[in-house]
Design a binder for this molecule. Sequence first.
Ligand code: AP5
Length: 215
Amino acid sequence: MNLVLFGPPGAGKGTQSAFLIERKGFSHISTGDLLRGAIKAQSELGLKAKKIMDQGQLVPDDVVIGLVEEKLKADPNGSFIFDGFPRTHAQAEALDALLEGMQSPVKAALFLEVAQEDLLKRLTGRRVCQNCGATYHVALKPPAKEGVCDVCGGPVIQRPDDKEEVIAKRLEAYERSTAPLKAYYQGQGKFVSVDGEGPVEEVYRRLERQIDSAS
Ligand code: AP5
């Protein structure tokens, strides 16, 4: 079963994906993670993507679609959570075409609903492990030792695009290009809104209920 997990920056897509991978056995495709991997590897693609991401803009469709296609081809029988993809109408259509070819269409598009003021608090306080990607929050979920990842001991840092001025650009890009996908998935009868507020375990239980009833 393939699921799209979408919502604005900071809605909790990465946090909830981690639970779904661990507890439900999903494979994970996060285009944000793939792009950050390319930046870390200092590939040509990574260098180009970094400039765009640091400005809070969207990376061109053909680039992210290519990354997703590669991942899908590597695991043709997987059950995927798509996290942060699709983000535009063109990406949504490309994903449908790719999955149609694999006879495994998107089952549901789960939308995490979070108030704007909470998104800002979550994003400005977020910290991530530079090594393994584990996510923390300065107030809500700090690592046991400041600046050190609980999972792997790597350095815990602020993402360059989590600075306030860049967050504003990301939210604008979201409203312009990604929010319209609600209508796209509503039109397909696949849109499911999930309350993304409250403790992470509660949000997970809401998602789990929807996933169980979709399967
Ligand atoms: P990406 O990495 O996908 O970022 P995003 O969509 O902006 O989402 P975030 O990672 O910021 O938030 P999240 O929803 O995963 O929240 P999280 O769980 O971390 O993309 C980054 C950039 O890459 C884009 O701006 C773009 O440039 C490029 N890009 C990526 N995909 C692309 C695409 N398809 N097309 C074009 N460009 C693309 O949680 C956030 C914080 O809140 C954490 O601190 C967490 O601990 C906390 N938190 C989580 N849940 C809760 C809760 N229930 N209560 C309180 N705090 C919570």
